[in-house]
Ligand binder design. Sequence first.
Ligand SMILES: O=C(O)CCC(=O)C(=O)O
Length: 281
Amino acid sequence: MLEAALVSTQASFADPILAERFEEKGFVLTDRQIPEDILQAVEEAYYRDRHHYLRDRYISTMELHDADHRLRINALFADVAGEIAKSLFTGYVQYYGGFGIKHPTGDASILSLHQDLTMVPYEAARTGLTIWIPLSDVDYRNGCVQVVPGSHVLNRRPRAPGMEYAFSDIESWICDELLKCVPMRRGQVLVMDQALSHRSGPNNSDRERIAIMGMFRPRETPLVYYLQAQDGDMLDVFEVPDDFYLRQQLGAKPCQGSYCGRIPRVVEPFPAAGFGAGAEQ
Ligand SMILES: O=C(O)CCC(=O)C(=O)O
């Protein structure tokens, strides 16, 4: 049960065209649109609690200590995007909702290339999903998401807080050769496989770039939390409840959950050849 190496990128999209695109690329930019009155309510919620987000040039709700705020923004995301998520893919449960704030600080605001932490284990039959919704039109000038199409099939191995990006030795090559910007309209809905290599670019505009995002697990698969063990290249594995990522400080001992055992920390190398050909959006 603890061995993870399978590549299962299924996500049960209702629309077969979205399903096919998602399977191939590891992300899909949908035509779903959050209505303007709801976007305004989300902005108001952000500005009411903006003081939480002034610490770093890029900061997300998951990094904050205020549990009430985290729970509130999770509920807000469910109100904003729950119905759209249900209409896009079936049998998924939201376990996190939060803001991603990028202050107008140029290159200092870049969120560097990464795969999301592993919260849905890879031995599951269906993959973990992230939905990302910007509150302004976004492109290369103000911090849009940038993806490596097709990279969701690479390194589907457990990632714990503090582990460096699997392909950091060739990160600048990946950025030069494979990274694609995903320009989006305010309120448009992007869905990503949590194993997809992605980052978000610099915000060179004169205002903060606000996004709201949510994370989903297949309903049949409980969440996990991996923690780097102190003695060597091992990870401790915990099964955790659905509100875990609304309360936990990443990298700390788990505040809830049950211990499942210890596994070796494994990172698969970038393929020597054949990746990237035809990786156009
Ligand atoms: O909000 C952003 O700029 C990107 C968010 C992201 O990539 C993440 O949370 O993994």
